[in-house]
Write a protein that binds this ligand. Sequence first.
Ligand code: BGP
Length: 476
Amino acid sequence: MTKLPKNFLWGGAVAAHQLEGAYKEGGKGLSVADVMTAGANGVAREITDGVIPGKNYPNHEAIDFYHHYKEDIALFAEMGFKCFRTSIAWTRIFPNGDESEPNEAGLKFYDDLFDECLKYDIEPVVTLSHFEMPFYLAKEYGGFRNRKVIDFFVKFAEVCFKRYHKKVKYWMTFNEINNQANVDMDFFPFTNSGIVYQEGEDREAVMYQAAHYELVASAKAVKIAKEINPEMMVGCMVALSPLYPATCHPDNGFMSLKAMQKRTWFLDVHVHGKYPNHILKYLERKQYQIDMTEDDLKALEEGTVDYIGFSYYMSFAIEQLENNPHFDYKENDQLKKNPYVSASDWGWQIDPQGLRYILNWLTDMYHLPVFIVENGFGAIDILEDDLSVHDQYRIDFLGSHIKEMIKAVDEDGVDLMGYTPWGCIDLVSAGTGEMKKRYGFIYVDKNNDGSGTLKRYKKDSFGWYKEVIASNGENI
Ligand code: BGP
């Protein structure tokens, strides 16, 4: 008897815009991801106003999964994957986002992709919107600033559910919907909601409005899915990290609680179908006038999710600031380096126990099945002359997280559906737009400047993960 259930969904995760490439093929329109350049050495990605000649957009070709998916899925099958998490590029189905009819070539691509997975008994796990809204909706409608975008998303979701409900059981609506709560960044508002902040506007007010429309769109999609096929399970997807108090001073303890609320209230709406009181009070205090109708509130209640998908990469430590009487959360000013954990080359703090913490916390708060749909270690990998890649650091990272995950199931009773490490094959980083931050079990010969043969090579972690899956987590 293994400690994990027999039907545990081992697999890997990717997102369309980070690996498919073929950004103009098959009638595809431009997405918000397609107009973001690669950043480099700490420089943020640039959000451009279209595709500008001479600028570097590595995701345009990415690893060309669009033409290599058969070869790649065969490799996933060789590792023993039970599931494969990917997303549907919204712009393959509705190139601009507001068309009345979907694009058949785009629909057919995902039919073929899902068939290929099912051929090997690999369950597709599908995110509807993973940082890839049609750029046209962002530009012409202001993204989720605009109520009309709810209907465009719901239509896209309905087309996908109708087309794939016999092939895809597990769905998620918006990837890491809660990351836009960090309004100091330009990246997440644009990728999550198609929003570019204007000079001088109250970013937070815009964020709460956009998030509301997105949550309504998500709830309406969940309801439609159930009408089409009640067998489908539709979840949400949030980015989670414990926010430990930086010291045991009660101010820091309470600040950590308030920060957790500000990062995770999206879950209350997804799961309970209503806003938590602390957010309603906050909106009142800030005098934000959110367009929130009775029909919206009804939709939220009627479209609660079946499970919680989440990403886990790191933990944080937080301290209260002076002159912050309401314990407001200012992410960029309050996070402290945690001296008890190490960090990746990108400063992401490595904390396997934090995963167990989050699994327990989620279960206590929401009492739903949970699914770790992202977890992983971004590193600069070296392809040796003999074409091997020695990524012991990745094995150490994933192994230590899997051990904590198993304790959460075995000792704490968490209802865990599966585990899909991020970037199971090398792909373009979302945060930096580059190829050099790699996560995969499979190395892809492709570089930031676009050079590379696109050949695939198994890293050391490939054989290791295969054994982890074969033993259902017993041999790590
Ligand atoms: C999450 C995203 C992914 C992914 C991952 C790793 O935020 O859902 O799309 O890319 O983080 O981040 P990065 O690519 O910046 O290393």
